[in-house]
Ligand binder design. Structure first.
Ligand code: OGA
Ligand code: MN
Length: 293
């Protein structure tokens, strides 16, 4: 098989979101294909693979081609409470026994934070590089995922704004993003686990050298700024960076796998019927290291 990558929207967004064909992710990947996918990620930042009937072990094996796997320590469920191995973030609405979570389930309410624009693991000192989300079971309708191109959003700023943002450092924690939805009942242990980390607001891609905005709903402060001023700025930037011209909406099909680069994109989940099953599983790669030295 020959791997091909073509733009999903060649007219309006030729360098954002590619469709990958000619590869079977159930099988070990030849080095050429790994290199082609990496080059595709550098160009498109989001890649869509259809009809990939992978299991958890195959998903982990595929992800491992691209660097160091991140452990799902950001999930609320840890240890014996987990449904999946610590190598997979559980993006489902399922209990360990496969039933749908109750409406007021604490893990479900915490997970609703995914509906706010974010970059995965921006709350970790070493944030995520790629995320790979596999759609195992989908609701009848809705539950789409949207992606926004932070390279294009950065390019759309004027010179004065770019100069203002250069060198700024934000504080990210899941306590901030969950707090935006009114989820505040963290345990003392969780307050320690979710202590804020520092991230630069402008990032440079290590391969392409392109700059992008590193926003996330986890960001709640900017060093040297009064909090309301920081939050107003972050909100303004996020609003502008997620305008339709920068956004791709992925309408899921069962067995889709979508990979995105968290260094250059934001994403968010959209609503769906909470009584239906949505089983999504994510493998995640670590980026090279902290964004702030
Ligand atoms: C994720 C995520 C969005 C969705 O997997 O990191 O935010 O639509 N998912 O489930
Ligand atoms: Mn996410």
């Amino acid at each position: 098989m020959t791997i091909t990558i073509t733009p999903v929207d060649p007219v309006s967004r030729p360098d954002f979101v590619g469709r990958v064909e000619g590869v079977d992710l159930c099988q070990p990947l030849p080095a050429n294909d790994v290199a082609a996918i990496e080059a595709g990620m550098d160009r498109f930042a989001v890649l869509v693979f259809h009809d990939q009937r992978i299991d958890d072990a195959q998903q982990v094996a595929f992800a491992s081609n691209f660097g160091t796997l991140e452990r799902a320590t950001g999930d609320l469920a840890q240890g014996a409470d987990r449904r999946l191995s610590i190598d997979l973030a559980d993006i489902s609405n399922l209990n360990r026994d496969g039933t749908v979570m109750a409406r007021d389930d604490r893990k479900r309410l915490f997970g609703l934070g995914n509906m706010l624009w974010h970059s995965d693991s921006s709350f970790k000192a070493t944030p995520a590089k790629y995320s790979m989300l596999s759609a195992r079971i989908l609701p009848q309708r809705d539950g789409n995922t949207e992606f926004a191109d932070m390279r294009a959003a950065y390019d759309a700023l004027d010179d004065e704004e770019r100069a203002q943002l250069e060198g700024l450092v934000c504080e990210h924690t899941q306590i901030t993003s969950r707090g935006l939805l009114g989820f505040t009942d963290f345990t003392p242990d969780e307050f320690i686990r979710f202590a804020p980390v520092r991230q630069t607001l402008v990032r440079t891609h290590p391969v392409t050298g392109r700059k992008s905005l590193f926003l996330s709903s986890h960001a709640g402060a900017i060093e040297g700024y009064p909090v309301p001023e920081a939050r107003a700025l972050l909100r303004d930037l996020t609003e502008r960076a997620t305008q339709r011209e920068f956004v791709y909406k992925h309408v899921w099909r069962t067995h889709d796998l979508v990979i995105w680069d968290n260094r250059t994109t934001l994403h968010r989940a959209r609503r769906y019927d909470p009584t239906e099953i949505r089983d999504m599983r994510r493998t995640t790669l670590e980026s090279d290291g902290p964004t702030v030295m």
